[in-house]
Design a binder for this molecule. Structure first.
Ligand SMILES: *Cc1c(COP(=O)(O)O)cnc(C)c1O
Length: 485
C-alpha cells in the first residue's frame, strides 16, 4: 500500500506509546500472558493457558445474615473472573458496585480492552497509513486475528468464520446468498417472539424478492398457555413451501435454548436452508455449528461477548457452501487478499467466509472483540458453561423461594439443557416490567432488563457475576414486588 514509507525506530515510542505501556503494565497482567492460573487450560482443549480466577470478598460486606453468608461462601468456592472486568458503581442500595444482570444486553468492559484499544489507537498516531502493514497489530490482516478464536467459540472451521459488520447487516448479507425463494418455496420460518430486527429483516427480504411479507413469513407461537416453543412443533412447521428457517439459538425474550442440531437436520430433510441468529447463544452456551451442519449463522459481540456497544458482529457459512458459487453482495474486501491491491475490475473471492466481507473493517471496533475473544479462549466455553449452570441454578432456587407467594413466574425452561444463563420472569399483579426494573436499579443497585409490558430478564454471567449478586437480586425483588393478597 505504501512502498516508500519511512520506518520509525521501533525502540523509540512516541509519547502516547509510553502512556499506553504504563497503562498496560498496570492493567492487563491478568489477561496478557498469565498461563499459570489455578485451573490450567480451558477444558475445551485449546490449551492457551487460563486467566486468573478471582474474587476478593469486599470489605463493605459486614455481618452478613445466614442467606447472604451462604452466597458469599459459594463465591469463595466458585469464583468467576470478575477481577478482569470493570463493574459499574452503584446508583443506590447500600453497595458500592451494581449487581449486574444485563450482560445479555450489554456485557461489561474487560479491563484489558481499554489498554489494548488505546494501543491500536496509538498505532494510528505513530504510523499513519503505514499502520496497515507496520502497526504491532497491522490493520490489513487485523480481522484474521479474530477468525480462529471466533471459530473456536462457535465450533466452526476458521474458513467458515468471519468477524464483520453488525448482526442485522450480516443477516441481510447472508440472506442474499441463502434466501433464494421460488413460487413454490418462498416462506421464512421465525419465532413469533423473534427480536424485532430479525423480523424486519426477513419481512424486507421477502418484499425485496417480490413476495408479500405477511404471506411469506411464518411466525411460530408457543401452544396456548405455554411460554416457549416445543421442538416437535417447530419441526412440524417446516413444510415443503419453506425456503428458510431463521431462528434465535437462544430466544432473547424467554431465554429458551433451541435444539439447534435437531431443527437444522429437520429443516434440511424438508428441503429448507437453516440459519441461526446466535446473538444470545454465543459466549453463553457451547456451539458446534460445523458438526451440526448449520447452513449459516450470525451473532453480535456486545452481549455475552463483552466487546462494547455496537461491537463488530460475526458470521458463519458452512464449508460446503464456500465454493458453491452462491450469489453475494461484494466489495473490495470480498476479493482475495493477495491480489486486492491490483485493483482489478472483477473480484477473486477466496473459498472462505471472508468472501462475504464488503468493506475494510473498523479497526477500533474490532480491537475490543479481539481482546474479548482472548478471554474466552483462555477460560474456555465449557468451563464457563459449567459455572453458568451452577450460577443460574442458584438464582432459580432463590427465586423459587419468593415466586410462590408473588405475581412472578419464571417462563424460561426449567431444564438446564434448554436454556443458557438467562432467566426471564413474567410479572403480574398490575406491575409493569419497566417500573420494576427502575425500582431495582434506583433502590437496590440491581441492573436487570425489562421488556414491556411484563417480562424482566436476569442474566447471571459466568465470567463476572457473583452468587452474592443473585442473592441481592432476589432480596430486591422480594422487597419490590408485594406478596399476593
Ligand atoms: C441483540 C439482537 C439484535 C441486534 O441487532 P444489531 O444488528 O446488532 O443491532 C438482533 N437480533 C437478535 C436476536 C438480538 O438478540
Amino acid at each position: 500500500m505504501s512502498p516508500d514509507k519511512l520506518t520509525p525506530d521501533e525502540d523509540q515510542p512516541g509519547p502516547l506509546e509510553s502512556d499506553s505501556e504504563k497503562a498496560d503494565s498496570a492493567g492487563s497482567q491478568s489477561v496478557g500472558s498469565d498461563s499459570a492460573g489455578p485451573d490450567g487450560p480451558g477444558s475445551d482443549g485449546v490449551g492457551l493457558g487460563s486467566v486468573k480466577r478471582g474474587w476478593v470478598r469486599p470489605g463493605w460486606i459486614v455481618d452478613p445474615g445466614e442467606a447472604e453468608a451462604a452466597a458469599l461462601a459459594l463465591d469463595e468456592g466458585d469464583p468467576g473472573w470478575r477481577e478482569l472486568f470493570d463493574v459499574p458503581p452503584v446508583h443506590s442500595g447500600g453497595y458500592p458496585e451494581v449487581a449486574y444482570f444485563a450482560g445479555n444486553s450489554l456485557g461489561l468492559r474487560p479491563k484489558a480492552t481499554r489498554v489494548e484499544l488505546l494501543e491500536d489507537l496509538d498505532s494510528w498516531g505513530r504510523w499513519g497509513v503505514d499502520g496497515h502493514h507496520d502497526a504491532d497489530r497491522p490493520w490489513l490482516p487485523y480481522h484474521a486475528l479474530l477468525t480462529e478464536p471466533a471459530a473456536r467459540l462457535v465450533g466452526a472451521l476458521p474458513a467458515e468464520t468471519v468477524v464483520m459488520n453488525s448482526l442485522t447487516v450480516n443477516l441481510h448479507l447472508l440472506m442474499v446468498s441463502f434466501y433464494r425463494p421460488t413460487a413454490d418455496r418462498f416462506k421464512i420460518v421465525i419465532e413469533d417472539a423473534a427480536f424485532p430486527s430479525d423480523s424486519y429483516a426477513v419481512r424486507s427480504q421477502a418484499a425485496f424478492h417480490g413476495y408479500s411479507p405477511d404471506a411469506a413469513v411464518v411466525r411460530l407461537r408457543p401452544r396456548d398457555g405455554e411460554d416457549v416453543l416445543r421442538t416437535p412443533d417447530v419441526i412440524e412447521a417446516i413444510g415443503p413451501d419453506v425456503a428458510l428457517v431463521l431462528l434465535g439459538g437462544v430466544n432473547y425474550l424467554t431465554g429458551e435454548l433451541m435444539d439447534i442440531p435437531a431443527i437444522t437436520a429437520a429443516g434440511h430433510a424438508a428441503g429448507a436452508v437453516v440459519g441461526w441468529d446466535l446473538a444470545h447463544a454465543v459466549g453463553n452456551v457451547p456451539l458446534s455449528l460445523h458438526e451440526w451442519d448449520v447452513d449459516f449463522a450470525a451473532w453480535c459481540s456486545y452481549k455475552y461477548l463483552n466487546s462494547g456497544p455496537g461491537a463488530l458482529a460475526g458470521a458463519f457459512v458452512h464449508e460446503r457452501h464456500l465454493d458453491a458459487g452462491l450469489p453475494r453482495f461484494e466489495g473490495w474486501w470480498s476479493t482475495e487478499e493477495a491480489s486486492r491491491f491490483e485493483m482489478a475490475p472483477e473480484s477473486r473471492p477466496p473459498a472462505s467466509a471472508d468472501a462475504w466481507q464488503v468493506s475494510n473493517p473498523p479497526i477500533f471496533s474490532m480491537s475490543p472483540v479481539r481482546t474479548s475473544l482472548e478471554i474466552f479462549d483462555k477460560v474456555g466455553i465449557s468451563v464457563l458453561r459449567e459455572r453458568s449452570l451452577r450460577l443460574t441454578a442458584y438464582l432459580e432456587k432463590l427465586l423459587a423461594g419468593i415466586t410462590a407467594t408473588r405475581p412472578l413466574t419464571v417462563i424460561t425452561p426449567t431444564d438446564p439443557l434448554r436454556r443458557g444463563a438467562q432467566l426471564s420472569l413474567r410479572i403480574g399483579g398490575g406491575l409493569r416490567a419497566g417500573a420494576l426494573s427502575e425500582t431495582l436499579r434506583f433502590e437496590h443497585g440491581v441492573i436487570a432488563d425489562a421488556r414491556e409490558p411484563d417480562v424482566l430478564r436476569l442474566a447471571p454471567v459466568p465470567l463476572y457475576s457473583l452468587y452474592h449478586d443473585c442473592w441481592r437480586a432476589v432480596e430486591a425483588l422480594a422487597e419490590a414486588v408485594p406478596e399476593n393478597a
